[in-house]
Ligand binder design. Sequence first.
Ligand SMILES: Nc1nc2c(ncn2[C@@H]2O[C@H](COP(=O)(O)OP(=O)(O)OP(=O)(O)O)[C@@H](O)[C@H]2O)c(=O)[nH]1
Ligand SMILES: [Mg+2]
Length: 362
Amino acid sequence: MRLGIIGLPQSGKTSLFNALTGGEAPVAAGGYGQDTHVAVVKVPDARLDRLTEMFSPKKTTPAEVHYLDFPGAGFGSRDRSEVAWVGQLRTVDALVIVVRAFTDPSVPNDGPIDPVAALEKVQLDLVVADLAVVERKRTRLESDLKKTKTAERAPIEAEISLFEEFQKSLEEGQPLRAHDLSPDQLRDIRGFQFLTLKPVLVLVNVGEDQLGDRTAIEESVRSAYSYPMTAVASLCAKLEMELAQLDGEDAATFMADLGLVELAAGSVIRQSYDLTGLISFLTAGEDEVRAWPIVRGEKAPGAAGVIHSDLEKGFIRAEVVAYDDLISTGSMAEARKRGMLRQEGRNYTVLDGDILNILFSR
Ligand SMILES: Nc1nc2c(ncn2[C@@H]2O[C@H](COP(=O)(O)OP(=O)(O)OP(=O)(O)O)[C@@H](O)[C@H]2O)c(=O)[nH]1
Ligand SMILES: [Mg+2]
């Protein structure tokens, strides 16, 4: 999964990035960094640890999250040509929008501190970028229509009317994910990589002194910014970054003092999986124990295809045991004996935590 971290200048994006990745990218008041930082993080999964004990594999491979920390410069400003990295942003699976709630006179801010206003500014930039794509496509479709025989015009006309709808709602400032689109429509427009169609995790960056007010702050943002595929959470990026640099015991003490139960590094991944509809199935054997992310609802052959296309093409059936059943029986052999290792066919919908063995013909 690829997550793009965006937001107005100096909202705490790079602090968050460092907190999430254990990185040390430069963070500075008035820094207005111009670089995009990229890092890969292994998705923590206690099930993999347990399976590794059970199978003693040659290697253990967790799922990965790629974080891209974009510069704030150009966002919310008049000169949108500065936002030269929009193309890179189009490749992410979800957006993490950081909005500032903390007050700190040493950190510059354009106007009063207002998380909802910041969110609207960022969204406007995304809307404008998508609008340009929609207008270009509409112009192209309209010229295609003129060159097409009347009898063959229907599909082009249908597409034009969809893009007209898109244009209308973008012009009203609405993100495309507010549209009710069918799975077929979503598939057809996937290639455009619309920014406002991507799931959004809003992270309100609160100050050290606002930790006690987090619920109320989140609620006020949530009620003002309510769209499908959108979640709102909060954190103190500065503290999270400091926590990420401590070792386990010190971090635990510090967290307890602050009343934090979970680090952002864990919660952001979990919330992003939820938002994008990702779950993990697992494979386990002497060679490798591994987590594989798939979209919820995927059938067994599709899941097999994530491992290798040959497994999907030659799919015969899957041997499936739920993680909890394997743990409670203690071994594959015992799970098989007790009938908990099931044989499933092409129509089986893979569940989170299923351990799969794919049988296929070459
Ligand atoms: N007090 C306080 N300061 C913070 C917090 N988060 C970030 N800062 C400070 O804000 C300044 C900018 O932080 P960055 O993480 O670099 O912000 P950014 O959004 O990456 O900034 P640009 O990349 O320049 O847009 C630094 O001085 C941080 O220490 C916070 O939660 N509380
Ligand atoms: Mg930055």
